[in-house]
Design a protein around this ligand. Structure first.
Ligand code: BG6
Length: 512
């Protein structure tokens, strides 16, 4: 089936098929390809959003041929595609998937890749635009970009574009992030680099901008005069699963904070951009990150909490502690939980704390941004008896059950004047129906049409590392003495509750 024959795009913000291109996936035999990338490409094809000349080349060391790679993917999509896949559509895409076996460190393999790119372009047509997706360990990012250049596969010409998607983590601290920027910058221009953060592919995250700037009533109260504080939570019930090798060198801080949580924070706090152009939006996000007040070593001790899960339970079954997970050293001091308090030094947010927390093996899976508004300035109903004034709370639920809810006070019916808390709730699924997708469709499409809005710029990545570098330094100098300090299946260490209690606040109740 030709995508041109498929129904009109379901997502009306994406209206035209992307430019034809060859997408080269490095690390194509890994999880990301089968779980996210191929299912996302199928959804794009279904919505007529892939160019007619689109083709994929998988590049990896595993012993596949083009035929066996296609066969493997056909089995995988049955498991991982979020919606049933139309056979004719799959056949159309499968016929455009090719495979090159090779090591990313072997210059010869890039010669084979270059020859295959030429064959694929001859076979499927198009200008030979190139879209490289680096789904490999971060230590290979620099090497791949250099080798691509040596094989003539990295530079743009007047007739062909060439873009590179780089998965996180981009560096493991400030210095290494700067070094990596310099290394790939010797070959690629910033406009060719797409640093992906899959949180930006989430519908509710993108909706934050519409919610704030597409409505007239929220922006006037979106500041320190009305907002008491902000809580950002990304809680997972899973442990480190099979990723202990990677995770133990990273930890919750590096894995989640400078990337995913800072995306949520910057979109919550940014000033209205002058347009929806990539750089206009990213300029405002970068300003927020630069305005985060740097943490002194004393601040690190008083405003951050780290934790590691011990044995406990998950989904009603016993769960092992982090140190007993596969590929995790027995006495590991790597944190699987972090909570921190940040402030943003600008007119809009001065003195409004942003509390962030993320952890593995928590009681519930829940990612949300909670805006806690200030109390009413005086309690009109106090004399009427036993009233606790409601603190209005706006919760933007990113997952699961994407939606927005507002808590406010209402009179409880009856002769006595009593006030209770009620919720106004908007649910994406109830309103718009379910729209099974992987979260990568938008990001892949944007790369193919050259829109960098939802990708991180070098200065944003650097600003993120700048904020967390003091934590990395202090934590390294003072290894934790009390790990493990929370049970699997709980809400994290008690110190995280104390962090807010010291300010007279508490973490919001999570959905049951
Ligand atoms: C990844 C982290 O970037 O994000 C994982 O490396 C984490 O450790 C995941 O589990 C969380 O993503 P999501 O979409 O499930 O919130």
């Amino acid at each position: 089936m030709n995508p041109a024959e498929t129904p009109a795009p379901a997502d009306t913000t994406l209206t035209r098929p992307a430019d034809g291109c060859v997408m080269v996936i490095f690390g194509a035999s890994g999880d990301l390809t089968k779980r996210k990338l191929i299912p996302a490409l199928i959804n794009l094809a279904r919505d007529s959003l892939l160019g007619r000349e689109f083709a994929v080349i998988g590049f990896a060391t595993r012993d596949y041929t083009t035929e066996t790679f296609r066969k493997q993917l056909a089995e995988d999509i049955a498991t991982f595609s979020p919606a049933p896949v139309d056979e004719a559509l799959w056949q159309w895409l499968a016929g455009r998937i090719h495979y090159v076996r090779g090591s990313v460190e072997d210059p010869q393999a890039y010669q084979v890749l270059a020859a295959t790119v030429n064959e694929v372009v001859t076979q499927h047509g198009g200008a030979g635009n190139l879209f490289h997706y680096l789904a490999v360990a971060p230590k290979f990012f620099g090497t791949i970009v250099e080798q691509l250049d040596a094989a003539g596969l990295a530079r743009e010409t007047d007739s062909r574009w060439c873009r590179v998607i780089i998965e996180k983590p981009f560096g493991h601290d400030l210095e290494s992030a700067r070094a990596l920027t310099a290394e790939i910058g010797r070959v690629l221009d910033e406009r060719q680099i797409y640093r992906i953060d899959h949180y930006l592919g989430k519908e509710t995250v993108q909706n934050l901008m519409v919610f704030r700037f597409g409505n007239g009533i929220f922006e006037p109260i979106w500041d320190r005069r009305y907002i008491d504080h902000v809580q950002i939570t990304a809680a997972e019930t899973v442990g480190v699963e099979q990723r202990g090798g990677y995770y133990d060198t990273s930890g919750a801080l590096r894995d989640m904070v400078p990337n995913h949580l800072f995306q949520l924070l910057s979109l919550t706090a940014l000033e209205p951009p002058i347009s929806f152009d990539a750089n206009a939006v990213r300029d405002e996000q970068a300003k927020v990150l630069h305005a985060i007040q740097p943490l002194s070593p004393e601040d690190v001790l008083s405003k951050t909490v780290r934790g590691q899960y011990g044995a406990g339970s998950s989904g009603g079954s016993p769960a092992a502690g982090y140190r007993a997970e596969p590929n995790v050293p027995q006495g590991s001091n790597t944190e699987t939980y972090i909570a921190l308090k940040l402030t943003i030094d600008n007119w809009r947010w001065a003195d409004v704390p942003f509390y962030l927390r993320t952890g593995k093996r928590m009681a519930k899976r829940c990612t949300e941004i909670a805006i806690q508004f200030k109390r009413a300035p005086f309690m009109l109903f106090r004399k009427a008896g036993a009233l606790s004034p409601t603190q209005n709370r706006l919760v933007i639920r990113i997952q699961p059950n994407e939606g927005i809810s507002l808590t406010f006070g209402a009179k409880i019916p009856g002769t006595v004047m009593r006030q209770g808390e009620v919720h106004m709730d908007f649910s994406y699924v109830e309103q718009f129906g379910s729209h099974p997708h992987t979260g990568y469709e938008r990001l892949l499409y944007d790369c193919m049409v050259g829109d960098q809005t939802l990708f991180q710029r070098a200065d944003m990545v650097e600003a993120g590392w700048q904020v967390i570098q003091p934590l990395l330094d202090v934590w390294k100098a003072l290894p934790p003495r009390n790990f493990p300090n929370y049970a699997a299946g709980s809400w994290g260490p008690k110190e995280a509750d104390e962090l807010l209690a010291r300010d007279g606040r508490a973490w919001g109740k999570m959905p049951q």
